[in-house]
Design a protein around this ligand. Structure first.
Ligand code: ZN
Length: 77
């Protein structure tokens, strides 16, 4: 019945660290994108891999493709 050390609490702290984009990979979420066609910067509701986004400036739609390293690419639909 020895009192517990605090080491467990310290382990829990690791979970507070925000994962970086490269850690998340394809599961990374974005809330903005730069239009590949007109280069406009578009704030957007949260989107992830395979989601569709629309440019507010030129009106074109794109499909978000996120690679294993969390890099966003947009494919014109
Ligand atoms: Zn555009």
């Amino acid at each position: 019945m020895a009192p517990r050390d605090g080491f467990r609490d310290r382990d829990m702290d690791d979970e507070d660290e925000k994962p970086t984009g490269s850690t998340l990979g394809r599961r990374r979420k974005f809330s903005e994108f730069e239009c590949p066609t007109c280069s406009a910067h578009n704030p957007f509701e949260e989107f992830g891999n395979e989601d569709e986004v629309i440019c507010n400036w030129c009106g074109l739609q794109f499909k978000a493709v996120i690679d294993d390293e969390g890099n966003l690419k947009l494919k014109e639909l």
